[in-house]
Write a new protein. Sequence first.
Length: 108
Amino acid sequence: MKTLQLIASAAALTVFAGGLAWAAGASVSQKDKLFSAPEVTITAGSAITFTNDDTVSHNIMVRGDSMKVNVGVQKPGDSTDVPFAEAGTFGVTCGIHPKMKMTVKVEP
């Protein structure tokens, strides 16, 4: 998992023997320069696993009032977990392919 530069609410974390983990959320694939879903709804404290099933690199970028994430280059075959600590609506794009767009709705 790539390290994300993100400030998250500690209350949204689940602590276990191995360290810290996010609650299960959703999985989104990237293929043919598209996200597998135009919209995903999860609960606060969950993460979305973004998997690059494409033949080209991608760069997941999340924007919303309470968070901004730039995952960096994600090569074919890579998976990255992006945690969503707070409720809200977030736009997700690819920094390399700006026509790739989706929405994440995070419920309390």
